[in-house]
Design a protein around this ligand. Structure first.
Ligand SMILES: Nc1ncnc2c1ncn2[C@@H]1O[C@H](CO)[C@@H](O)[C@H]1OP(=O)(O)O
Ligand SMILES: [Mg+2]
Ligand SMILES: [Mg+2]
Length: 280
């Protein structure tokens, strides 16, 4: 029997490339910006158009599959990860960057079976870098194998994180305390590309040792999490223990030593899970 998951992955790569072309084209035009949960949670017509393209094209080829897409969830669809084959889509990861033409914008497509990511595709459209991973088969960028950094000394590390879109004072306080703790370890530096998916690809590429964030959603990290683990990295919850894709928290690192050192410094907090029942 043909490898059905491989054909889904081939489709994901092709449609991510097509989506990237749309994103690059849209950068030449005026971008109409709308807001979602708050004044700095941005969305454009391009986010919606690209998500439709990915979902429609995949549905045609794989009619029994399920879909979780950032903009579909924003429009009221549920966000439940079942055991069924599920496409987990962030049509534009880094919409704020896209709006400002800050050059890190990604299309992120993860694909899960039995709640486990089977393949991940992150297309960094402006860099024209196609990151891919298949469970058990390694991670690649434009066809070249990726390997995380070998650094085990946190003092020699670069750590990536983001501030997210929440401006809730209590959450900001936790975020800044964690940032201060980590900066003052000290580490070599703290960076953020403005997209969770690209931050994770930077871990997989060995450019940064770790990425952590509280506030991400499953579509931000589904693809990137497999790209990190297939490049030899580790995933953890911000309090240690296993990462939970729906928990809105993640530590992705090159190795357990670095991940556990970062966990010690994070002032954690809990957000409503992605799979929490919809409020009526
Ligand atoms: N104002 C903002 N600044 C940074 N990230 C934001 C943001 N608003 C939403 N995000 C989202 O939060 C994720 C994690 O930081 C980002 O990858 C980004 O995904 P998005 O562009 O798909 O919305
Ligand atoms: Mg996103
Ligand atoms: Mg998005």
């Amino acid at each position: 029997m043909a490898d059905v998951w491989q054909s889904a992955m081939d489709h994901a790569v092709a449609v991510a490339r097509k989506a990237g072309e749309i994103v690059r084209g849209a950068l030449k035009d005026e971008r109409t910006v709308m807001t979602k949960s708050c004044a700095v949670d941005l969305v454009t017509q391009t986010d919606q158009k690209v998500e439709q393209l990915i979902i429609q094209s995949a549905k045609e080829k794989f009619p029994t599959h399920r879909f979780i897409g950032e903009e579909s969830v924003a429009a009221g669809e549920s966000c439940i990860l079942s055991d069924d084959p599920t496409w987990i889509i962030d049509p534009i990861d880094g919409t704020t960057n896209f709006v400002h033409a800050f050059p890190f914008v990604a299309v992120s497509i993860g694909f899960s079976i039995n709640k486990q990511v089977e393949f991940g595709v992150v297309y960094s459209c402006l860099e024209d870098k196609m990151f891919t991973a298949r469970r058990g088969k390694g991670a690649f960028c434009n066809g070249e194998a990726l390997q995380v950094s070998e650094q085990a000394d946190i003092h020699q590390a670069i750590v990536a994180t983001e501030f997210g879109s929440s401006r809730d004072p209590a959450a900001m306080d936790h975020i800044f305390r964690s940032l201060r703790n980590i900066l003052c370890l000290p580490v070599h530096g703290v960076r953020g590309a403005g997209t969770a998916a690209i931050n994770m690809c930077l871990v997989a590429s060995g450019c940064v040792e770790a990425y952590y964030e509280i506030g991400i959603h499953v579509w931000d990290v589904a693809a990137g999490s497999l790209i990190v683990s297939e490049a030899g990295g580790v995933l953890m919850d911000v309090e240690g223990g296993d990462m939970d894709l729906m928990s809105r928290r993640i530590v992705a690192a090159n190795n357990t030593t670095i991940a556990e050192r970062i966990v010690k410094e994070i002032v954690s907090f809990t957000l409503q899970r992605d799979d929490a029942p919809l409020q009526s």
